[in-house]
Design a protein around this ligand. Structure first.
Ligand SMILES: Cc1cc2nc3c(=O)[nH]c(=O)nc-3n(C[C@H](O)[C@H](O)[C@H](O)COP(=O)(O)O)c2cc1C
Length: 202
């Protein structure tokens, strides 16, 4: 069973309720047990965060889900940066590997994709086998935006990212704006992409 922060808070609430409803317990003992429970929950919460260093909360339904497909890590780093910026702007956001997309809840506002291309226009490691049919079904009607990473020197520039967008669109997902293609991880392009995203997020 997966335990997320929400489930942990719920369990803590139930345990506290039990402690305060038990009959015949001295007040000091109630307080002692409550403090011990809260401390224990704090330790568990810290352990949960450590177990998910990228901050992904698989139980939660965030405003934005940021799916990344990467071979050498750039797309994952950018996805984490995007989550940080969105949280700063007051939204909830969680990253996930593209090929794990069917295992997490659909976001409230939009699916954001940071997708690299490798080989000769091929899927990188965390993008291989990304749509098991479940993704197309669940994201039909969901707004999405793509930041495609690649290199203009390759003949099939950003091919895999663009394929992912076409596939989602064919399944009924709605692009918020045209895909932004980034060559050699040009950091200015993240700002270009973000400026298009945030007005739509208001
Ligand atoms: C072996 C190799 C093959 C690549 N093939 C392509 C390609 O076909 N098309 C493209 O646009 N970029 C291609 N790239 C460039 C990468 O997509 C680009 O460097 C990207 O920023 C890598 O992101 P990542 O660290 O998330 O994997 C290739 C890079 C390497 C090393």
């Amino acid at each position: 069973m997966k335990i997320g922060l929400k489930s942990l808070c719920l369990l803590l609430g139930l345990a506290l309720l039990l402690v305060w409803q038990l009959e015949g317990l001295a007040s000091e003992r109630r307080w002692g047990a409550s403090i011990a429970l809260v401390l224990y929950a704090g330790v568990l919460a810290a352990a949960l965060r450590r177990a998910r260093p990228d901050g992904a909360d698989t139980d939660a339904c965030p405003d934005y889900r940021v799916a990344y497909a990467t071979e050498t890590g750039t797309a994952r780093q950018l996805a984490q940066e995007i989550c940080k910026r969105l949280r700063k702007a007051g939204f909830t956001a969680a990253p996930v590997a593209l090929n794990q997309l069917s295992t997490v809840p659909v976001p409230e506002r939009a699916l954001l994709l940071v997708v690299s291309t490798t080989g000769n226009g091929d899927a990188p490691k965390t993008g291989i086998g990304w749509d098991d049919g479940e993704v197309s079904m669940r994201y039909a009607g969901c707004p999405f935006a793509l930041l495609a990473l690649g290199d203009r020197n390759y003949p099939r520039f950003c091919a895999f990212g663009l394929d992912v967008a076409l596939h989602l669109q064919a399944a009924g997902a709605k692009p918020l704006f045209a895909p932004v293609q980034v060559s050699q991880a040009d950091p200015r392009m993240l700002d270009v992409w973000f400026r298009q995203l945030l007005p739509k997020a208001d």
